[in-house]
Design a protein around this ligand. Structure first.
Ligand code: ATP
Length: 247
């Protein structure tokens, strides 16, 4: 469904991705594993058109999307849930969801958007309960659910998720990952970046390991979990520095 062919992405003259290739088949959850600064977010931003690659190609169902504007890429079925759940705090939960469906709203499909809000609220009952509350007053976990819900409002074929469990208590991490498994069952294809690499690989079909902008290893998620190098580098101790900065 998603094919990334030898992309190189730069910030000015800093090269963040070096000829990265990967693919995500329809209905898969694929995890990107890597240390801070390895290029995981840049990879997602390259796919969604926020930071287009300078070289290489990105295809969605065989169609090149490499240099399309981000809005067009959303319209074609790729939706990104950014890191640190950037919800619109001054807007209600419901209005945040409406915004997620704005491309269709603009095409006059108000009923479809309303139905999707219902669907998202079924998936996340807490959002239904809190629909009229300001998004900024939700707890961290609730805001993450809203961020995912908003991403789903664009009816994506492929959902790009950047650190959905960041800052969440273990129980909520589990809940978010369970939601991803449900989404896969409903046919959504997922490319997942997650600091909590073990938990991410456990629900993934396959994974890629990124090191300083290059893919150094890829394989079935179960194989990566049992790979000694991966265990040592990414699945060992909890990253305490990261935990201390959690909200
Ligand atoms: P983390 O796990 O810390 O979020 P990451 O794997 O997602 O890290 P990226 O955020 O993609 O890594 O960063 C890859 C490299 O690109 C890093 O060296 C980073 O400093 C650099 N970089 C990221 N964003 C920018 C930017 N806007 N301008 C310049 N350099 C950037």
């Amino acid at each position: 469904m998603l094919e990334i062919k030898a992309i190189s992405t730069f910030y000015g003259h800093i090269q963040a991705l070096k000829e990265v290739s990967l693919e995500v088949q329809g209905g898969e959850i694929v995890s990107l594993v890597g240390a801070n600064g390895a290029g995981k977010t840049t990879l997602l931003n390259s796919v969604s058109g926020i930071v287009p690659p300078r070289r290489g190609e990105i295809l969605l169902n065989g169609q090149a999307i490499t240099h399309l504007p981000a809005e067009k890429i959303v319209g074609m079925g790729i939706s990104q849930v950014p890191e640190r759940r950037q919800v619109f705090g001054e807007l209600s939960v419901r209005d945040n969801l409406v915004l997620g469906g704005y491309l269709r709203l603009r095409r006059g499909k108000k009923t479809a958007v309303t139905q999707d809000i219902e669907r998202v609220c079924e998936m996340f009952p807490i959002l239904k309960e809190r629909q009229n509350q300001l998004a900024g007053t939700l707890s961290g976990g609730e805001q993450q659910m809203l961020a995912i819900g908003r991403g789903l409002m664009a009816q994506p074929k492929v959902l790009l998720l950047d650190e959905p469990s960041l800052g969440l208590a273990p129980l909520l991490v589990r809940e978010i990952l369970d939601v991803l498994v449900n989404l896969r069952e409903m046919g959504t294809t997922i490319l997942l970046v997650e600091q909590n690499a073990r938990a991410a690989l456990e629900i993934s079909d396959r994974g890629y390991v990124l090191e300083t902008g290059s893919v150094v290893l890829s394989g079935k998620a179960q194989e990566l979990i049992t790979n000694e190098d991966v265990q040592k580098a990414y699945l060992g101790r909890v990253n305490h520095k990261r935990l201390e900065t959690r909200d």
